[in-house]
Design a protein around this ligand. Structure first.
Ligand code: 3HC
Length: 283
């Protein structure tokens, strides 16, 4: 299997931008694609802000920042991804949108290229079926904020080859991440355990048992979590948590996985968390 050097990222949002950032910082050539110039520009702006923070915190040398930045190309057309060794998809959590995208990527890319999805809620095997390369299709799930969180879940579908898994393992390590192999079932490993906890915290707050500040402080100081569960909902985005909860509930039908009414109402009201400036807290 050839070494991965040319990486495509589709989606310049929080996750796509983060994946592009860790790849250019690891010395790989990245083309990041989104549908509009505005979306691309916003993604690049976030990536630059994150790299500046890394420089300020002494995590990245100024020279390395400059050379990393030269390895980033952007585009609004998928054709720019021709010649990629791997393409990581991080677009909206919509099965139809993703399946259509993967169908097009399958036609554009060379036979050896690997297609990977950063989905947190869609079964990998249902996406691999949209391509003629189900053996070179895999889930590759990053965590927010991508430059800081060390984990990557590699999710082989029933159809994924061992070679593809091995290639993703070395790719993840090249990005400075520690990969785990996760099952292609709702929530993979981390969200299957983390999301019911976050939902419990929302129900606890909704029931009025404690203030949001006390819930978060409780888990930060009492369990040494870097963030409390409600702060974490705001970081991840309440829309994302809702979508993952819905997919977990659809798969397992367990009450603890059912989205609480408050979460649904907050998403309907546009209170998505940090990205809209308001969620459980105001930013
Ligand atoms: N590049 C490199 N390093 C960076 C960086 C960047 N852009 N930004 C921050 N850092 C480093 C800092 O230097 C610092 O490192 P140090 O501990 O060695 O000094 C560390 O990251 C923490 O940064 P800050 O001091 O700026 O920020 P905080 O201490 O407030 O931590 C946080 C912020 C990292 C977000 C922390 O609160 C945290 O880990 N929260 C939990 C995040 C989490 O659980 N994420 C998973 C969500 S689930 C998910 O994503 C799955 C999806 O499917 C929903």
């Amino acid at each position: 299997m050839r070494e991965i050097q040319r990486v495509g990222v589709v989606g310049a949002g929080q996750m796509g931008g983060g994946i592009a950032e860790v790849a250019i910082r690891a010395g790989l050539d990245v083309t990041m694609v989104d549908v509009t110039d505005e979306a691309v520009a916003e993604g690049v702006r976030r990536l630059d802000a994150s790299m500046s923070k890394a420089v300020d915190r002494g995590k990245l040398a100024e020279d390395d920042r400059r050379s990393a930045r030269e390895r980033l190309a952007t585009a609004t057309e998928l054709e720019a991804l021709e010649g990629s060794d791997v393409v990581v998809e991080a677009v909206v959590e919509d099965r139809e949108v993703k399946a259509r995208l993967f169908g097009r990527l399958d036609e554009l890319l060379g036979a050896e290229a690997i297609l990977a999805s950063n989905t947190s809620s869609i079964p990998i095997v249902t996406l691999s079926g949209a391509t003629r390369r189900p053996d070179r299709f895999v889930g590759l799930h990053f965590f927010n904020p991508v430059p800081v969180m060390k984990l990557v879940e590699i999710i082989p579908a029933l159809t994924t080859s061992e070679e593809t898994v091995a290639a993703m393992r070395s790719f993840s390590e090249r990005l400075g991440k520690s990969p785990i192999i996760a099952p292609d079932r709702g929530g993979f490993v981390v969200n299957a355990l983390l999301v019911p906890y976050k939902l419990d915290a929302i129900r606890f707050y909704e029931a009025g048992y404690a203030s949001k500040e006390d819930i978060d402080t409780g888990m930060r100081l009492g369990a040494a979590h870097p963030m409390g569960p409600l702060e974490l909902c705001d970081l991840v985005g309440n829309d994302v948590t809702l979508m993952v909860a819905e997919s977990l509930f659809e798969e397992f039908r367990e009450p603890r996985m059912a989205p609480p009414p408050l979460l649904r109402r907050m998403v309907s009201a546009g209170l998505l968390g940090r990205k809209t400036g308001e969620g459980f807290y105001t930013y």
